[in-house]
Design a protein. Structure first.
Length: 423
């Protein structure tokens, strides 16, 4: 096991690599076509209905912005459009979306650069997260620095097959260039909406254009809404929307948060849960490898069944894990009662206590965001088969992952590079 040398990863709880060979280095997503993602779906019954199901292919488009543009061209609310998963912006992505109450002809008339829609059928229900079964990836890492990348590729491939690679939430979850979502989420959970707005508008990593840094610092120092809005760059539409609202409704910080898209608003809180998961996962790695159970571990099985490792059943748990039937898992707390089962649960409880967050905090956040945060169990490790091909100073990878598992987390284990080269 190796410790990350990058401060941003430590900040986000991504403390370790489990493989010990030096990384390949290189650049991920040098072009959007270097990162191709296709969704895997279960049986979607397209037997007629008000929802038009379409395959959306986009290149270098943020999903939220793409959906907004599609809704604008169609002249319908964004709320009519459903999807199973949010994909990387700098990529070529293919996924199903549903659009309520539009015709095939309407969709056929859409002309948006680097976006295409192909009608797949009609259904009685919208596409949602539960329909997504996984994602297929075809990735190219360019400009690798390793003279011979095969040893690290072999080690990572073996570790993946054994379920040893940590299932960290990737940096994109928190903000690729400005990891602010979880910080805002913790403010929301504390019920401090004024601080949540201040955090989102003013937080800086010192890596944005000068005019942006000036605007953020101005709000940090003065909280002067009008003055900050006057100098806030126009492309920062969410920050500007919050400030606009505060001019119209002074002191309504909760309302200012709610001007952001609902999915972004809920992302603040889920990012806070993700940070807790990453911190707990790094603590679990310090206790032992992810391919062997420890007493107190939570386990998650393929069918969703859960169990807890005890002194009595640890032998059986080892057999199940070696056969790939289950994986160690970490519970991300929410509004449901959280009863610590082992050391990792107790560590999460300590983090919550330090932050002053309780199950009631998640209930309050649910009222604000319109999303339930009951708590969820997430596998601590990644298990998959990976194909690779080396061509000059490039490495091509092909693999599949379950929903919510980050391909960049897998690539990170191979590259061991500056995170800026992986987003």
């Amino acid at each position: 096991m190796m410790k990350s040398e990058y401060p941003i990863e430590t900040l986000l709880g991504m403390d370790y690599y489990v493989t010990e060979t030096l990384g390949t280095g290189g650049v991920l997503k040098k072009t959007p076509s270097d990162f191709v993602v296709g969704e895997i779906y279960g049986d979607i019954k397209m037997i007629g209905g008000p929802y038009l199901i379409c395959e959306l292919e986009k290149t270098n488009w943020d999903l939220q912005k793409g959906v907004k543009e599609i809704s604008k061209v169609l002249g319908v609310s964004q709320r009519r459009i459903g999807w199973g998963g949010t994909k990387d912006k700098r990529a070529v992505t293919r996924q199903l979306i549903s659009i309520y109450g539009v015709s095939e002809e309407d969709v056929g008339n859409i002309r948006i650069k680097d976006i295409s829609l192909k009608v797949a059928g009609h259904a009685n229900t919208q596409i949602s997260l539960g329909d997504l079964k996984g994602n297929d990836f075809a990735i190219t890492i360019r400009d690798i620095e390793a003279a011979d990348p095969v040893p690290v590729l072999e080690e990572v491939s073996s570790a993946l097959s054994a379920g040893k690679i940590p299932n960290y939430f990737g940096i994109q979850r928190f903000g690729a260039t400005r990891p602010v979502t979880h910080l805002t989420g913790f403010d929301v959970l504390k019920g401090d909406f004024r601080e949540a707005v201040k955090t989102y508008v003013s937080f800086s990593c010192g890596n944005e254009p000068g005019e942006t840094e000036v605007a953020r610092k101005n709000y940090l120092d003065t909280e002067d809404v009008r003055e900050t809005l006057a100098i806030m760059p126009t492309h920062l539409r969410y920050e500007r929307a919050m400030l606009h609202h505060l001019i119209e409704e002074p002191g309504d910080y909760e309302g200012a948060l709610k001007v952001t898209p609902p999915k972004l608003l809920s992302m603040f809180v889920s990012a806070a849960q993700s940070w807790l998961f990453n911190k707990a996962l790094s603590r679990r790695l310090e206790a032992g490898g992810l391919d062997e159970p420890l007493v107190g571990d939570r386990l998650i099985f393929g069918g969703g069944r859960e169990d807890i490792v005890t002194g009595d059943n640890i032998g059986t748990a080892k057999v199940h894990m070696r056969r790939g039937r289950c994986a160690p898992a970490i519970f991300m707390p929410g509004s449901e009662e959280f009863r610590p089962a082992g050391e990792i649960d107790r560590y999460i409880a300590e983090l919550l206590d330090e932050s002053g967050i309780t199950p009631e905090s998640f209930g309050l956040a649910a009222e604000i965001t319109g999303t339930a945060f009951r708590g969820a169990l997430r596998a601590a490790s990644i298990r998959t088969d990976m194909k690779y091909e080396v061509s000059g100073d490039s490495v091509g990878l092909e693999f599949s992952l379950p929903p919510g598992t980050y391909a960049t987390t897998l690539s990170r284990e191979i590259m061991k590079a500056d995170p800026e080269k992986m987003v």
